[in-house]
Structure formats: C-alpha cells, structure tokens
Design a binder for this molecule. Sequence first.
Ligand SMILES: Cc1cc2nc3c(=O)[nH]c(=O)nc-3n(C[C@H](O)[C@H](O)[C@H](O)COP(=O)(O)OP(=O)(O)OC[C@H]3O[C@@H](n4cnc5c(N)ncnc54)[C@H](O)[C@@H]3O)c2cc1C
Length: 484
Amino acid sequence: MLDVAVIGGGISGMTAAYSLRRRGYRVLVLERQAHIGGNAVSERREGFLMEHGPSTISADSPVAVEFSRELGLEGQRYNLGDGVRRRYLVSRGSLHGISTHPLGFLYSDYLSLGARLRLMAEMVVPRRRAMEPGEETVATFCARRFGAEFATRVIDPMVGGIYAARASEVSVAALFPKLVDLERRHGSVSGGILHRSRRGGTMPGSRLFSWRDGIGALPHALAVRLGEVVRTGVAVRRIEQRRGVFRLDLGKVGYLDARAVAIATQPHVVAQMLEGIDESAAAAAAGIDAPPLAVVFFGFRRQDVDHPLDGLGFLAAEDERRTLNGAQFCSTMFPGRAPQGSVALAAYFGGARAPDIARAPARELLDLAHREFRDLIGARGQPIVAMVRHWPMGLPQYRLGHRDRTTVLLETSQRHPGLFVTGNYFSGPSVVACVAQAMEIAARIHRFLGGQENAFISSPNWFGECQLVANGSEINLSKDRASA
Ligand SMILES: Cc1cc2nc3c(=O)[nH]c(=O)nc-3n(C[C@H](O)[C@H](O)[C@H](O)COP(=O)(O)OP(=O)(O)OC[C@H]3O[C@@H](n4cnc5c(N)ncnc54)[C@H](O)[C@@H]3O)c2cc1C
C-alpha cells in the first residue's frame, strides 16, 4: 500500500511528490509519457538549447529562488542577460521598441499622447465598489483602470503572448488576483505598486531567470532526488475508491492501491478520471479548456538577421492580425542558447486567438514563422536549425467563472477524503505558481495522512518491496515492465 500515488510527472506532480517524500511518505509518480517534465522540455541540438515549453521563471516570488537553491541548481542559474534593453510590440506591421524601465510606456510614442495621459490618470480613477455585480475580464478591468488604448495595445498582446488567452475572455480575479488586490487595498494599481516598491518590493515581472540547461533542469533535478519512485510510460486509466483506499487502474501494468492520490494532469484528464467518482469536480475540470499551441524554434546565423535583437522578443496585439502571438530572442535572454555567431529565436502560435493555426502541419508553421521573422526582424536565408513543437493541449484558460470551477476541484478532497487535484489551472499557469500550488497540496495531503513530520527517507529504494497485482497474480513493477 502506497501512501500517495501522484498521477502526472510534470512540474506540479514532481514537486508534490518531492515535497511528500521529504516528509517521509511512500510516494509513487506515474507518468504516461516516456519522459518526465510535462510541458517543461529543454532540448540541445547542434549547439542550440531549445525550450519547447517554458523558457523563463519569475524570481519575483521567493518560492522559485528557494526551490532552485534547495535542488542544488543555484550554480547553474542564469539571470536575464544585459542584452535585454527593450520590450518590443508590433505596431502597424513593424517592431516598436520600448524601454524596459517601469515608466517606459510614458516616454514612448507606441501609445498616443491621449492614451499616455489616461495611463497617468490611473492613480485617480476611483476604485470599483465592492458591491458592483459581475466578474470582470482582464480587458474590462484594464480598460477601466488604464484606458482602452492601453488595454488593447499593451494588455491584449501580453495576455495573448504569455497566457495564450484573449484578455476579453479571461477573468482578472482568476488570472491576476494581485491587480484586483492592489486596486482594492490602495485605490489604484500604480499607487499600490509604488507603495510596494517603496517598501523594497520589485516591479512585477521585472526579474526572470532560467538555468544553464533550461527549464527542463527543474524536473530533472526533482527526478534525480525522487529516483526509483518515478515511473514513466505508465498511464493511469481510472481511479476507484474502495473502503478508504484508492485503486488505480494502470491497464496492462496492473493496478495500485494508495491511501491518497494527487492528480497532477491536464484538466481534461482530470475530468475523465473523476467521472463516476465526483461528477461536480469532473464537470468543473471539463469546463477548463486549453486550446492548442505550437512553438517554432529557429537557429539563424547572426549575419542573417538584421534586427539588433536587444530585447526579450516581441508581442503582437490581436488587431495587428499577425499569424503569431509573439516571439522570443532566446539567445539574448540567456547565455549558451546558441553557438558563437548564431542566434536562437522562438515563435509562438495558437492559443485562444487562433487554435487552428497551432494545429497546422509542421511544414506550414515553419513557413509562417519564417515569413514573420523575415518581415519583422529581417531574417534572411535559411535557418541552421528549425524545429516545431505542437502542444495539443496548451495553456488552461482562466475564463469567467474559473474560480468557481477551481473551488469545486479543490473541494474534491472534502467530498472524497484522500483525493487531491493540483496543476497549472489553480493559482496561475506559470512554473512558479505550479510549484507553489503543488507544495500547498502536498501540505494538505500530509495533514490528511496524519500530519507528523517524519524523517526524510534518503534511500528511495523501498519501491522494490512494493507489489502490484496484475491479472490476479502479484508482480513487482520493475522499470522495464512499467515503461513497456
Ligand atoms: C509553450 C509553453 C510555454 C510556456 N512558457 C512558460 C514560461 O516561459 N514561464 C512559465 O512560468 N510558464 C510557462 N508555461 C507554463 C508552464 O510551463 C506550465 O503551466 C507547467 O509546466 C505545467 O506543469 P504541470 O505539471 O501542471 O502540467 P503538465 O506539464 O501538463 O504535466 C502533466 C503531466 O501529466 C501527464 N499525464 C496526463 N495524463 C496522464 C495519465 N492518465 N497518467 C499518467 N500521467 C498522465 C502528462 O503526460 C504530463 O506529463 C508555458 C507552457 C507552454 C505550453
């Protein structure tokens, strides 16, 4: 009997498992794919480091920095390179550079003079009354506070490029609760940020980092610490609850009993697993969609790209009608992303704006990305390397009503003690939010299991003793069999 079965070996599942192992529990991570990490896939090819999923981590929250230290990744940590001097936005078909200074938008003519004056007036816009009914979208909140032009020309590209969402569809309270809180507490967002920075806080989103081997270093470090308790190539088909024990159906591999289960998969998988166990939670999970995304990675010779590439990359507002949502100048962001004399670029397609583009065949996406880079940054000739990654389920959409859905999901453990759900659709889709949420769920599982702080088991070899029952006879779930 396991203490906890963790379903899903992405950052959420691996973090939850690590946190539970540290407390001494018998944990097993079951991952459907042949490799762990989920979205966090970093790949080296011909001297380039390609990030097929996440590429940056925010250091604004202490969780990320502390976790990096705890996992022994500090020596490999790279902060954003000095070459990042501007943020770029597409404006009428070409890139418009804006200083990364917090007041950069006020000095730039990317926004009209009227829009800049309106932006400055945010301080005096009255706060929304607590009594006012209706949940606000990010677009309505930002238009109300910062003005309509700022909302469509700055917030829309940010939400489209970073969250693969439409600002007019997602809930501000679910996706950016801090903005709502700043307005509520300080009467204005800029007033709240100023207040925070006077007390030593940083500007939101101002500090990003990665590691030498990319974001994939995080699940890798967790896998090293978890050792044998991570099983890849094992898909959980169903969960059954029997007299306080959870039985996991692993198909041909057999089945597994556990006192507690943490489901750390994409929401559509949660919906399938909870069907027949908890209909309200299954319906809530099914209500969270994650439109497809595609990432196109290019390595070019430096002399074949005209643009100075002196920024993180660029974002495009939807009304610019580009095929991509944005792009990153990967080799400017962090060292070691491209060989000497070359540059690394990544283009992001799809999400809520254009799910069909993300479903396009690789060849078509390569052509689209090539055309966009030619028009916007003057990329000429053929790339040295080119790679497409399709994500059929991209980022979860925090649409209106999202918090009601996640409340139902978080309460699964009240209706079915021992059954927990975690992932990137609770407190934000970022890696840091996944880590924090998974740690919180691990703490709740710990309380459920009895709550004593046990000693950390340094040798993870106990799994050898763990028996599975397949077709009526007991077997050891050896690594070979598990990945078969
Ligand atoms: C293209 C892209 C770019 C991104 N960029 C950034 C960024 O720069 N910074 C940032 O902070 N965040 C970024 N994100 C978001 C972040 O990477 C993700 O939100 C996060 O990695 C999700 O982790 P997770 O463990 O919750 O889910 P996932 O990574 O989706 O992991 C879920 C795991 O569950 C497994 N699974 C599913 N079904 C089963 C089953 N039946 N049995 C067993 N296992 C199963 C899956 O195979 C998968 O490995 C990006 C995401 C994408 C897609």
